[in-house]
Design a protein around this ligand. Structure first.
Ligand SMILES: [Zn+2]
Length: 62
């Protein structure tokens, strides 16, 4: 792994000060009318959000 390309990320002027997302978004799951929380950065409601497991238990990657 080479370092050195870490710096050089210009901050776009599109950043919002508050960590909230567009309100009134609907779950992308077909047939689900759940309105997503503005704090939900995903496209699905909590019931339909794809499972994202940060760590796989009992399995070592790399
Ligand atoms: Zn849903």
């Amino acid at each position: 792994m080479s370092e050195g390309s870490v710096a050089g990320h210009p901050i776009s002027g599109n950043d919002r000060p508050s960590k909230a997302y567009k309100a009134g978004r609907q779950c992308r799951q077909t047939g689900c009318a759940t309105i997503l929380s503005i704090y939900n950065d995903g496209q699905f409601c909590s019931q339909h959000a794809p499972m994202v497991v940060p760590r796989v238990r009992g399995k070592k990657i790399a």
